[in-house]
Design a protein around this ligand. Structure first.
Ligand code: PLP
Length: 447
């Protein structure tokens, strides 16, 4: 394959004729509930570029929702996948096991926070891994209740829909949901400042006390198996909790025999300028759930944690036909080798300073940008009505649509639909990244 040129190019209108044709076939063949951010069909992707079937080259600021963190079709991954597929594509780890699965487990035990004895189990999707983390926590503690937080996103299966906060589009009409799931208030500095004052916005311990009071009074530690939280919320709006929030929650969990589950499905694998986002707060969760960036797009997910907790379920209690597929495991090992070999954790930190610098300058001149936040290559801006903190979902929608027309892939998120989120691949060049932001700045000026 020839190298994909790393420049933005609009060869046709967006979408072009071939994409339009495919969209018509899609409407006739694919279930209507499966939506698309952009009606543009991919042909190739590499570095910071996605090329569509009409020859348009788009700047990728989404990484397929934080998945192709090391860059799409990354060379080591392509090679490892081809080599493994030529050997065998599946045996089922529960039938005749293979080394790749064990090697991924060893790598995750080594890379995740904490030096204690750890174990890992592999699955296919983030949702499936979250479900298994809950199963493990319940067998370990002999308790049932699980607490998730406001604005949380943990997936779309039945149990994870119950854990997810936002109704439309994730839960609407799909109930009844799994029982014994409860919700606690998050630390959301930008909005806490509005409703709870400056102290609540900056004092993570205080925000944790508010959550713990709810948990203690409405559920009770004696009924609670686990607390699950994204160290930086993803779909909920890239919300970074106030410093001290996560450590205080973890301390309370430790003191009350409650398993602390960090959902690092979106934040893991160098995305936030650390291998895992928990490292920014120096916390060691009991269980850590990973997926998305783990294998450069091959379906794989994992639960990793303290051996005594992970080993609680009976033999045969955990598994699945495809979990830890050998091709996906080969991709994960190549992904980890790429992150470590190419210094990608440091690259994510570099991207943070580039983006925050640029977005901060735009914010200084535009009072529709209420907040710029995030870590590493996981940065967001929250858009509001000028001079207020009132969410502006309409502006966000228009900005995304115009960016797509201009050949820049951006995503929105947030409970109020007013957060523009950036998840560039770490393989993107500085030039492309800044060009993408320049395009947004110009659009924002015109809107
Ligand atoms: C995407 C995501 C999930 C669900 O992962 P799937 O692979 O889509 O099932 C769970 N938790 C978080 C934080 C996510 O971002």
């Amino acid at each position: 394959m020839s190298a994909l040129e790393q420049s933005r190019q609009l060869a046709t209108a967006i979408p072009g004729p071939r994409s339009t044709e495919l969209s018509a076939r899609k409407s006739a063949a694919v279930a209507g509930g499966v939506g698309n951010t952009m009606p543009v069909y991919a042909a190739r992707a590499y570095g910071g570029i996605v090329e569509d079937v009409d020859g348009n080259r788009l700047i990728d600021l989404g990484s397929g929702i934080a998945v192709t963190t090391i860059g799409n079709a990354s060379p080591r991954v392509v090679e490892a996948v081809a080599a493994q597929a030529a050997q065998f594509t599946h045996t089922c780890f529960m039938v005749t096991p293979y080394e790749g699965y064990v090697a991924v487990a060893e790598a995750l035990n080594r890379l995740t926070p904490g030096d204690e004895d750890k174990r890992t189990a592999l699955f296919n999707s983030g949702s499936e891994a979250v479900e298994n983390a809950v199963k493990i926590a319940r067998t370990f503690t002999g308790k049932q209740a699980v607490v998730a937080f406001d604005h949380a996103y943990h997936g779309r299966t039945n149990l994870t829909m119950a854990l997810t906060a936002k109704s439309m589009p994730y839960k609407h009409g799909f109930g009844p949901f799994a029982p014994e799931i409860y919700r606690a208030p998050l630390s959301y500095p930008y909005r806490d400042a509005e409703f709870g004052g400056k102290e609540l916005a900056t004092d993570g311990e205080l925000a944790a006390r508010r959550a713990i009071t709810v948990i203690d009074k409405q559920i009770g530690a004696d009924n609670l198996a686990a607390v699950i939280i994204e160290p930086i919320q993803g779909e909920g709006g890239f919300i970074v909790p106030a410093e001290g929030f996560l450590p205080s929650l973890l301390d309370w969990c430790r003191a009350n025999n409650v398993v602390f589950i960090a959902d690092e499905v979106q934040t893991g694998f160098a995305r936030t300028g650390a291998m895992f986002a928990c490292e920014h707060e120096g916390i060691v969760p009991d269980l850590i759930v990973t997926a998305k960036g783990i294998a450069d797009g091959m379906p794989l997910s994992a639960v990793t944690g303290r051996a005594e907790i992970m080993d609680a379920p009976h033999v045969g209690g955990l598994g699945g036909t495809y979990g830890g597929n050998p091709v996906a495991c080969a991709a994960a090992l190549a992904t980890i080798e790429t992150i470590e070999g190419d210094g990608l954790v440091a690259r994510a930190a570099q991207i943070e300073s580039l983006m925050k610098d640029k977005l901060g300058r735009i914010q200084a001149e535009d009072d529709r940008i209420g907040d710029v936040r995030g870590r590493g290559a996981m940065i967001a801006v929250e858009l509001v009505k000028p001079g207020t903190t009132e969410p502006d979902a309409d502006l966000t929608k228009k900005l995304c649509a115009a960016a797509h027309q201009a050949g820049v892939i951006v995503l929105s998120c947030g409970t109020f639909g007013n957060v523009l989120r950036f998840l560039p691949p770490l393989a993107i060049s500085d030039e492309l990244l800044l060009e993408g932001l320049d395009v947004l700045e110009l659009i924002l000026r015109d809107l």
